[in-house]
Design a protein around this ligand. Structure first.
Ligand code: ADP
Length: 626
């Protein structure tokens, strides 16, 4: 059976394409400039193999000329141009890419890759123009031609005069409508910023006549208008340069120019990979937390370039959440772009790059920690919380990567220490990594629960951020040492049962504590003799997984489920207060009721927990004063 050809309504197809491929209309300029750059590249490649041709880089350029009066925008290039046939096939056929064919013919290898491949970019012009005129003179040809189209209605071609080789594209910019503003594409500053954004690293100069006002020479208060041809793009992508050619200042300038941040980065990481996937990347560890960093508004991501042309300004897939503070860019010639060149067709390459990058970030942070401690601590103050979130999130999937990067304030060192440092100096008899939770270092310093552990000579890590305890719960242990709160029921310290009590003593205090427990029935799980208190009379300890700090954090969450820690009121038997309890137990039960409530409320205050009835509490204090 004879095969029939599909028919496409090219008019409809063109309309669909123009209106549905791109999310941002401004990319039309990126597409036309990329074509112009490709056209110049083609002369460069021809010159490589054709002795009769020489390529003098300085005589090649792209020029963008807006003309508000005539509502036109011209994009001129000194590239290879197009013959009449090429105008017909390349611009007259949708999805025909002369550039792709050229690439195949010349078997381009060299890092200089041609950008075009889909044969659709040119039509992006119709997003902003209702008439597109292309005049072109091909290299080695005597004639020049004019191709003209209003988009849907087809095109015309005729002979014209043109002196120099190259292409001139004139867009007649659409009139504004009620909802759409097209005037912006005639504004000098807007065009400059679009060029900077997408085409900053096009290898050839992109020129514009820029107008301004400046003080007139030799006068004091007189100004003059001027028009001056300027090069808008920076041309040389610093990531393609050799690391040895670049100074710290170059990297810092790039950071500032690209507005990755307003601070000075703590560290830059320059990566050039030439393996299964080729890419260059320049990454930065910022110094200061961006104001919106810990908010929902913050968007992580790196800039993604394909051959020096910006594809995405925040490619989130390149960074895991725990490294979301990293800024910078990735450029690769191996990405399989989707047709709009705003997305990738598949993410295999991206996954590879991301994996690679993340290993590198981790090792650079580790080396910063090992070799430039002060800088690392500065970094940690800004972003340590994010690393700890990273340990906790995804059910601890990244804890191995992150556990050596996190730090906590140490009771002994009075500064931030790593878990490795902590464990490596643990005395032999110490079984656990001890930590204490609280609002601030000052507050934890005063926690009565810390006395025993400290006196034992053990170091305590201070947990002052919400995430801390959750993170170590996820870690469970570090180098086989489990974490233990100094408020936990069993401290795991030998010698806790220091003073042996006589049986009668034990029986007596049990009776008192049982009585007190009854009074506090709905508030505490138990009342006990404390083994950890030295000079303070009372404290709260917890049993089970939920600590008091966790209870506070959970209570502050929007979907608070009223989860409570299992609290135990601990009494110091060596404190004088215990004598008063004993006396009251024997002689005045009403007094014991009062003392019990007072001690419990004091313990709450020490922990920073709210007292249920503050008025009753102050009245109770008054009762013992009078
Ligand atoms: P692509 O750039 O993806 O190939 P386009 O639709 O943008 O697709 O362009 C189609 C073809 O037209 C290009 O491949 C190229 O051969 C030709 N072309 C477009 N613009 C120019 C130009 N300024 N100079 C020379 N050739 C051009």
């Amino acid at each position: 059976m004879a095969k029939k050809q599909f028919k496409a309504e090219s008019k409809r197809l063109l309309e669909m394409m123009i209106n549905s491929i791109y999310t941002h209309r401004e990319v039309f300029l990126r597409e036309l400039i990329s074509n112009a750059s490709d056209a110049i590249d083609k002369i460069y490649y021809k010159a490589l193999t054709d002795d009769a041709l020489s390529f003098d880089k300085d005589s090649y350029f792209i020029k963008v000329i807006p003309d508000k009066e005539n509502r036109t925008l011209k994009i001129i290039d000194t590239g290879i141009g197009m013959t009449k046939e090429e105008l017909e096939t390349n611009l007259g056929t949708i999805a025909k890419s002369g550039s792709l064919a050229f690439k195949k013919e010349t078997e381009l290898k060299d890092g200089y890759d041609i950008i075009g491949q889909f044969g659709v970019g040119f039509y992006a012009a119709f997003m902003v123009a209702d008439l597109v005129t292309v005049t072109s003179k091909s290299l080695g040809s005597e004639e020049a031609y004019k191709w003209e189209s209003t988009g849907a209605e087809g095109y015309t071609i005729e002979t014209v005069e043109k002196d120099s080789v190259g292409t001139e594209i004139t867009l007649t910019i659409k009139e504004n409508t009620e909802d759409e503003n097209y005037d912006e594409f005639l504004e000098e500053y807007r065009l400059k910023s679009i060029i900077k954004k997408y085409s900053d690293f096009i290898r050839y100069p992109i020129k514009m006549d820029v107008s301004g006002r400046r003080p007139k020479e030799g006068t004091e208060n007189e100004f003059e208008e001027y028009v001056e041809e300027q090069i808008i793009n920076s041309m040389v992508p610093i990531w393609r340069k050799n690391k040895s050619e670049l100074t710290d200042e170059d990297y810092e300038n790039f950071y500032a120019e690209k507005r990755y941040g307003f601070d000075k980065p703590i560290k830059h990481i320059h990566i050039s990979v030439d393996g299964t996937i080729r890419y260059n990347a320049i990454l930065y560890i910022p110094e200061k937390t961006p104001f919106d960093f810990y908010s929902k508004e913050f968007e992580k991501g790196l800039e993604l370039y394909s051959n020096g042309v910006l594809i995405m300004d925040k490619c989130a897939d390149l960074l895991p959440d725990h490294f979301s503070f990293v800024k910078g860019m990735v450029d690769s010639e191996d990405l399989s772009l989707n047709i709009s060149r705003e997305m990738l067709q598949h993410d295999r390459q991206l996954k590879l790059i991301s994996k690679n990058i993340n290993k590198k970030i981790k090792s650079e942070l580790q080396s910063l920690l090992n070799n430039e401690r002060e800088k690392y601590e500065e970094f940690y103050k800004s972003f340590g919380r994010q690393l700890k979130y990273g340990v906790y999130s995804e059910f601890g999937a990244n804890k191995e990567v992150l556990q050596d990067l996190i730090m906590f304030y140490s009771s002994k060192e009075k500064k931030l220490v790593t878990l490795d440092e902590y464990v490596s100096r643990m005395p032999e008899d110490q079984k656990y990594i001890y930590y204490a939770s609280g609002e601030s270092i000052e507050r934890i310093d005063k926690l009565p629960q810390a006395e025993f552990v400290s006196e034992k000579g053990y170091e305590i890590l201070y947990f002052t951020e919400d995430i801390d305890e959750f993170a170590v719960k996820m870690l469970m242990n570090y180098k086989e040492k489990e974490f233990k709160s100094i408020s936990s029921g069993d401290l795991g310290i030998e010698g806790e049962e220091n003073k042996s009590e006589s049986e009668s003593e034990e029986k007596e205090s049990k009776e008192i504590f049982d009585y007190m427990k009854n009074i506090l029935a709905d508030k505490v799980k138990d009342v006990r003799v404390s083994k950890r208190l030295k000079s303070h009379p009372v404290c709260l300890a917890t049993e089970g997984d939920i600590s008091i700090e966790m209870e506070k954090i959970l209570a502050a969450m929007p979907d608070n489920q009223n989860i409570k820690a299992d609290k135990v009121l601990e009494i110091n038997k060596n404190h004088e207060v215990f004598q008063s309890l004993k006396e009251a137990f024997e002689n005045d039960k009403e007094k014991l009721d009062l003392y019990t409530k007072l001690l419990y409320n004091q313990a709450l205050l020490i922990e920073g927990l709210p007292i249920q009835d503050p008025v009753e509490f102050t009245n109770d204090i008054c009762k013992i004063m009078v």
